[in-house]
Design a protein around this ligand. Structure first.
Ligand code: PRT
Ligand code: MG
Length: 235
């Protein structure tokens, strides 16, 4: 006869992506007394132990973080608002804006392109992006017709080679746009990363998860204000 094992409640798993989110999360983890045993930039391990026996980290692609947490493969994760908007947020509790990995989601075009003319209600434009959901909602809100082309990276190339007239992408300093002869035409939303928690895990493992939430919230109250425009962005 099959017996149902209760889920393990003695350990917690946090999903993080390598790069800016991992780097900017380290001080918050430290405030919670958690130090990873490996550096994901050097190690090829995808599961990292920490100094705390009951806490481990899993290293995932940034866009996959909400999926791991939604299905309970990780109890918690840290993901950008851009990624969360595309995912939709099903099964996720989002208790804290961590004000890290700050940037903005923008429409960008080749310098000299008359975006104002294309952006009139009834106008039509071809847009390359990996943010299909956010782009669709944005252009629909403006009453524009949009042909969306899904890309997975290097969106800045698309207007340069005639694949699209515009892109929707995240911009931080603006240096990548400038280096490729593009300019910001419109801001869609400002973005920071949020702590996400599996809704069932929060109930089953509250004793383990709540102290982590409290430590993160305490570290934020002590150290960080909300995201400010990155250097190079006109205020
Ligand atoms: O890089 P990879 O393809 O593995 O995945 P990813 O780009 O989704 O992950 P990662 O780690 O680069 O970004 C994780 C999260 O960081 C994103 O979901 C955003 O919420 C946030 N973030 C903050 C950024 C940036 N700043 C950023 N500048 N994500 C991407 N960029 C890229 C952008 O796509 C563009 O190509 O950097 C370039 C622009 O930077 P500037 O400084 O030249 O404007
Ligand atoms: Mg990236």
């Amino acid at each position: 006869m099959l017996s149902h094992k209760p889920p393990a409640v003695s350990s917690i798993t946090l999903a993080l992506s390598k790069g800016r989110i991992f780097e900017e999360t380290l001080p918050l983890l430290a405030a919670a007394g958690i130090v990873p045993a490996d550096d994901p930039e050097r190690s090829r391990k995808l599961i990292l132990d920490t100094n705390r026996p009951g806490v481990r980290l899993v290293i995932v692609r940034a866009a996959d973080t909400p999926t791991y947490v939604q299905y309970g493969a990780a109890d918690l994760g840290i993901a950008g608002k851009d990624v969360l908007c595309e995912h939709g947020g099903a099964g996720l509790y989002q208790p804290l804006d961590l004000n890290i990995a700050c940037c903005r989601l923008c429409v960008a075009v080749k310098k000299g392109f008359d975006y104002a003319a294309a952006a009139r209600p009834g106008g039509r434009i071809r847009v390359a992006t990996k943010y299909i959901g956010a782009a669709k909602a944005h252009f629909a809100g403006k009453g524009m017709h949009v042909d969306l082309i899904k890309l997975y990276g290097s969106m800045e190339l698309a207007p340069l080679v005639g694949l699209a007239e515009a892109i929707v992408d995240v911009v931080s300093s603006g240096a990548t746009l400038r280096a490729n002869g593009l300019e910001e035409a419109e801001e869609i939303m400002s973005i920071s990363s949020r702590l996400i928690v599996n809704q069932a895990a929060l109930k089953l493992k509250r004793e383990l998860i709540q102290p982590l939430l409290d430590a993160f919230a305490g570290a934020l109250a002590g150290e960080r204000g909300p995201c400010s425009p990155p250097a190079g962005h006109p205020a």
